[in-house]
Design a protein around this ligand. Structure first.
Ligand code: GDP
Ligand code: IMO
Ligand code: MG
Length: 456
């Protein structure tokens, strides 16, 4: 059985009109499949994208930056991607970094060079970078650290960011003082002036911030020449990809629904839209071109950093999930907090994203557990609430209602089809899909590409 989807499923009924001709609403062109995190990140999006990307034509990142850490394991080799789309592994597909992404150039080239040493060939030739993407500068990363220290001193609590400069870079973008790839590749004198102004603004806010402006500009000039051949008008590139010959186009979400700036557990979130709308705004594509929306969820829950986590298990179960699941952040090396699967949050992620199917990863980690719990509802003052609370004080206080399942106590790591799974594991999976109301398309039972059961 093919593990991927067919290009013709992603094509409109009618052929697209040539450029300039009148287009009907039926001529929507190719559809884009989107892979999104349904929890607090690290659900295994990289692995799902890698699986789908084996015959994709274009794989895009649309938001976030190198705060993401996506692991892909192929032929025993482990690759970590932060800014590069995981599809970069596929030598036949193009990888695109869209306008909604914030790019730290030293980080991008370091990542590419590191993976090149592991055997990734020709990535610079396969990478396209939108000229509208904003830049993350080194000082944005320093400011990220300073803001964390300030939050700790003022409120006794920081966010636990990745310190990759994501918040400050998106702040510059929203304040309209940010600098984009097209600015870097344009008149460098003008770019330098705007860069200096931006530094001055940040130094006014953070007097402790020191920036060697001339050194930074020299490095940026060097990076700009290496970047130049990859830069395109991202909107036009996507338009052509959507309306040319049939193509498989994939969007790799970064971070996740509960970290979304609008819908996540604010303020303990990242600074971009990690839900489906981010695919449209971060690439410049119409909503009608969104096809499948694949939600990725672990068979339990993890979270890195600070913030409410109703099903967290600060006990032996949490420790077991952390150690068996090797739950350590790819970007920061921090231990991930662990707990039972929380279906309230996955359902909430589905309300926003409209998942067409789900990839349930890391089922194998539960193989040794005697009894498995799943959070199915939240109660406030003894009463079930139908929505996911916006207010963090409320979320901290919710009482979780659990369903309990007997563990299957069987090694599932060699299972390759549905019938290979023990009946108790099948029961667990069926319960999850019925509760979310979305079919589970894949079940993950190990790190490698082949450790994925496809259900339909
Ligand atoms: P992402 O950020 O969503 O791409 O996920 P990460 O790569 O940060 O974290 C997921 C981790 O789980 C990685 O180390 C993967 O190799 C690993 N992983 C993914 N799917 C499975 C699975 O089904 N079973 C096991 N045991 N590990 C998995
Ligand atoms: P992937 O794509 C897990 C979390 C950080 C922090 C908060 C804000 O690998 O799933 P930021 O640096 O973005 O300002 O940090 O968001 N966070 C993630 N947690 N996986 C991620 O990405 C994350 N990206 C951001 O830990 O709590
Ligand atoms: Mg990750």
């Amino acid at each position: 059985m093919s593990l991927t989807w067919s290009a013709k499923d992603h094509k409109s009924m009618t052929q697209p009109a040539a450029t300039g001709q009148k287009r009907s609403r039926n001529d929507i062109g190719n559809k884009v499949a989107v892979v999104l995190g349904a929890q607090w990140g690290d659900e295994g999006k990289g692995k799902v994208v890698d699986l789908l990307a084996t015959d994709a034509d274009v794989v895009c990142r649309c938001q976030g930056g190198n705060n993401a850490g996506h692991t892909v394991v192929v032929d025993g080799k482990e690759y970590d991607f932060h800014l590069l789309p995981s599809g970069i592994i596929n030598s036949k597909s193009i990888s695109l970094i869209g306008n909604g992404v914030v790019i730290h150039l030293p980080g991008l080239f370091e990542e590419g060079d590191k993976n090149e040493k592991k055997g990734l060939k020709g990535w610079e030739k396969r990478l396209i970078v939108s000229d509208r993407a904003h830049l993350v500068f080194d000082f944005h990363q320093v400011v990220d650290g300073l803001q964390e220290t300030e939050r700790q001193a003022q409120e006794g609590k920081n966010i636990g960011t990745t310190k990759k400069g994501i918040g400050p870079a998106y702040s510059s973008k929203a304040a309209r003082t940010g600098l984009r790839v097209c600015d870097l590749l344009g008149d460098f004198k003008d770019f330098s002036m705007r860069f200096k102004n931006l530094v001055r603004q940040y130094q006014a806010m953070y007097p402790a911030l020191t920036v060697d402006v001339e050194d930074q500009l020299k490095k940026l000039k060097e990076y700009s020449e290496r970047l130049r051949p990859m830069v395109r008008d991202g909107v036009y590139y996507m338009y052509e990809a959507l309306h040319g010959s049939p193509k498989k186009i994939l969007v790799e979400g970064a971070n996740a629904a509960l970290l979304d700036i609008d819908f996540g557990t604010y303020p303990f979130v990242t600074s971009s839209n990690c839900t489906v709308g981010g695919a449209c705004t971060g690439l410049g594509i119409p909503p009608l071109n969104i096809g499948d929306v694949f939600g990725v969820s672990k068979a339990y829950t993890t979270r890195v950093g600070i913030g409410a986590f109703p099903t967290e298990q600060l006990n032996a179960i949490g420790e077991l999930l952390q150690t068996r699941g090797h739950e350590v952040g790819v970007t920061t090396g921090r231990k991930r907090r662990c707990g039972w699967l929380d279906l309230v949050i996955v359902r909430y992620a589905h309300m926003i994203n409209g998942f067409t199917s789900i990839a349930l990863t890391k089922l194998d980690i539960l193989d040794v557990v005697d009894e498995i719990k799943v959070g199915v509802a939240y109660k406030v003052n003894g009463k079930r609430i139908p929505h996911f609370p916006a207010n963090m004080d409320v979320l901290h206080k919710v009482e979780v209602e659990y369903e309990t399942f007997p563990g299957w106590k069987t090694d599932t790591s060699a299972a390759r089809k549905w019938n290979d799974l023990p009946a108790k594991a099948q029961n667990y999976i069926h319960f999850i899909e019925n509760h979310i109301g979305v079919p589970i398309k894949w079940v993950g039972v190990g790190k490698s590409r082949e450790c994925m059961i496809q259900m339909f």
